[in-house]
Ligand binder design. Structure first.
Ligand code: AQP
Length: 351
């Protein structure tokens, strides 16, 4: 089976964007793939070093994975810092990647803002750690939201440079696998991991501003629906969501130039597991005064059971910790096999 890896940072309340863009896809992929789902706690240090409750946030994300339907017995669920190979491989990738590659990343530019000199070095190197997360397991498929597409391209660049720079040593140790890169068949140690970005909800936008991504770090809580919001809060946030005065169009082309309307239709389609076309076939011509309550009902119907299950799981902290410990042990074995190969390929003395 192809191997899937993905992760979520323990940096605050999970929101509908994280759920529709990532976690719901994680759940679906379990049927057809071997999956490793990580709570990337080392990544969360890049933007904020000191957290009051990093362990609890890590448990929260773990509970969300489990409540959404990820099976930790069939697949692997763990937190990144338990497996030292992530940091070790990231260091090696820091020496493979070029500073220019990193400083061109839009996420770095957005998060570092104007005061780049004061951003952490970790924020600049974030994509290198992400490449290490994926390639430590030689994962081939990575379900993510659209915002991570550029980082996945960089992961492929890092894999390709490593494969090229060490091609003779990989071949000498017989560690290469043949893979298709574009038109060409090439040999390499690390696979060219593919992003899995698809469906109607790859980039959920803020409810207050259709040009900004829904984000954990937006200061306005009204901008996002948190997975833990209760029914009244969800309804209120959807009622207050920014829209334009027009009725919904009857075809998707009519959503062009209407980012807020497009976003709400996309959210409905994502939650109902259908397409924008199907949503507009039902609601085209209707006012937001009709569509918004229907969307709120759907969001509550889909999210309330997950929130309730998260609360139930979080009541048993020992269970959540045991899931992470067990997942960490299993991930650690896979990671160590890769690191042994990598140390050998590079020539790091292990004798
Ligand atoms: N708005 C979104 N729409 C669709 N997918 C999204 N993701 C995040 N926001 C959206 C996807 O969720 C996964 C986990 O994200 P993360 O927590 O690792 O990092 P992030 O992208 O930085 O999340 P946030 O919420 O936007 O946090 P901040 O505020 O810190 O920037 C990823 O697959 C991501 O694509």
């Amino acid at each position: 089976k192809p191997l899937v890896f993905s992760g979520v940072q323990p940096t605050g309340n999970l929101h509908l964007g994280n759920y529709l863009g990532a976690i719901r896809k994680f759940v679906a992929l379990q049927e057809t793939h071997d999956c490793i789902y990580c709570v990337v706690d080392l990544h969360s240090l890049t933007a904020q070093l000191v957290h009051d409750d990093l362990e609890d946030q890590t448990r929260q994300i773990t509970a969300a994975y489990l409540a959404a339907g990820i099976d930790p017995a069939k697949h692997i669920v763990f937190n990144q810092s338990r497996v030292p190979g992530h940091a070790e491989l990231a260091w090696i990738f820091n020496c493979v990647a070029r500073i220019g590659w990193m400083s061109r990343m839009t996420q770095f530019k957005d998060k570092a803002g104007k005061d780049r000199e004061n951003a952490s070095l970790g924020l600049l190197a974030y994509p290198s750690l992400m490449a290490a997360d994926i390639l430590l397991y030689r994962a081939t498929h990575v379900p993510v939201g659209d915002d991570q597409k550029q980082h996945l391209e960089l992961t492929r660049d890092i894999a390709q440079k490593f494969n090229n720079d060490f091609s003779d040593r990989i071949a000498a140790r017989n560690l290469g696998v043949t893979m298709q890169v574009g038109e060409e068949k090439v040999q390499g140690y690390f696979p060219m991991a593919e992003p899995l970005i698809g469906g109607p909800a790859t980039r959920i936008m803020s409810l207050r501003d259709g040009s900004k991504k829904m984000s954990k770090s937006d200061p306005s809580d009204l901008s996002r629906i948190n997975l833990t919001d209760d029914a009244d809060t969800i309804s209120k946030k959807i009622r207050k969501a920014k829209t334009d005065p027009e009725a919904l169009p009857s075809a998707v082309e009519g959503l062009e130039g209407r980012p807020e309307a497009d976003n709400l239709v996309g959210i409905y389609a994502g939650l109902a597991d259908t397409t924008r076309e199907a949503v507009l076939a039902e609601y085209g011509g209707q006012q937001f005064s009709v569509f918004k309550p229907a969307l709120a009902d759907l969001a509550v119907e889909k999210l309330a059971p997950i929130a309730a299950e998260m609360r139930r799981i979080l009541d048993d902290r020992a269970y959540v910790d045991a899931v992470l410990r067990d997942g960490g042990e299993r991930a650690g074995k896979l990671a160590e096999a890769t690191m042994k190969d990598v140390r050998g390929i590079i020539g790091l003395s292990q004798g």
